[in-house]
Design a protein around this ligand. Sequence first.
Ligand SMILES: Nc1nc2c(c(CN[C@H]3C=C[C@H](O)[C@@H]3O)cn2[C@@H]2O[C@H](COP(=O)(O)O)[C@@H](O)[C@H]2O)c(=O)[nH]1
Length: 396
Amino acid sequence: MIGSHYVPAPSSRDPKTSTTQHLNSGKDHTMSDDEADPELLALLRQHFQGKLNLDEEPETGVLEGAEFVYDNSIDVALDMRATKIAAEMIYAQMKEKEYSTTNWAEHELHPKTKDESTVAFIFTMDLLNFSFWSLLPDDERFAVSYRDKRWTGYWSLVASLQRALDEDIPITDPHYWQNEDECTLVSLRHVFRSCTEEEIPLLEARLECLREAGRVLYEKYNCSFTNCISAAKGSAAGLVNLLACDFRCFRDEHPFDGRRKPVRLLKRAQILVADLWACFNGERYGEFRDIDKITMFADYRVPQILSSLGCIGYSPPLHALVSKGEVIDSGSRLEMQLRACSIWCVELLRRQIKQDHPEATVNAILIDFFLYDMMKRWEAEGRETMPHHRTRSIWY
Ligand SMILES: Nc1nc2c(c(CN[C@H]3C=C[C@H](O)[C@@H]3O)cn2[C@@H]2O[C@H](COP(=O)(O)O)[C@@H](O)[C@H]2O)c(=O)[nH]1
């Protein structure tokens, strides 16, 4: 599929100037129907006809945005034949391993207690769950020594947090994050100290994420993330939207092709909800009636395994950048296509599995977790054929 070029479907919506721009244009005129924003008009009509139910179930808009990017992609293509084959392989292996939410807690470093301290741990973890990749060789890259093992990548984050708690550093406490005398760049460098010369990427940005989260929790949620969960009233989409609305560091949304609304990918907000759901096995702090609205988390590992399985293919320019390990800019058209088409690909995998095996209790989260773990096994076995793409950002 390399080199295949889509002729993008004509965009169903020409980028009209937004209603706000009209309202702010200062022109003294009433908006005629063909000028106003059709979505706003539809909402107003529903409202005045008494049909608008403001208690409607929340939606994140992630899947809709991912499909929009997929429909307008020329640098990433989906291979439907490979996707169908991969769906069968994933289903068979998940069935054989009895893959479920219980796998989450089986990971050595993940917290085991099902209580508020674990909620605080997961919130802290997914506040900082981004950008561990290194340009250095494996023996020189940032790594954490903990419990007599050397942890890299995502696991270096989890190991650092566990080690800090072992050392009585209150790293999961929002009061600590706001204490500018205690929680400093120096103390955070100690928390994330490496057993190599390279320090954790984006250390300053990580401190900023903690500071902002501490401030928001203090101002709006009585210093506890459990109050955010309560505020979402059992909706996974509602909690994702709350995170993106109230915490700038979770607002992983970017412009694409002049579309009026930014494309929402919300990777860390979604994986946070998914980690809660998996850790608590869908109960208590992990109970969400609409958990299946959560999509794949657009990181840098799952696109890599999707590409290795042949499910997604890159245009020659993108293939050249990724295979050479060149850095791709955050928010660029290439990066957005990579991330969004991966979300759409996992959605098609999910639909294929459900179509072929209606009894399967599978959702995008479990497929994603499974693919991430599979990629990490391939990495450990030296089976990485195509590198993952390299974008430095706080989004993933
Ligand atoms: N899409 C997706 N992205 C994931 C994970 C996880 C870990 N989840 C655990 C929980 C349950 C699962 O069973 C996993 O054991 C980390 N990441 C992302 O990958 C990157 C780190 O990569 P590397 O540097 O190689 O470790 C970074 O962006 C990080 O945010 C996932 O599950 N899905």
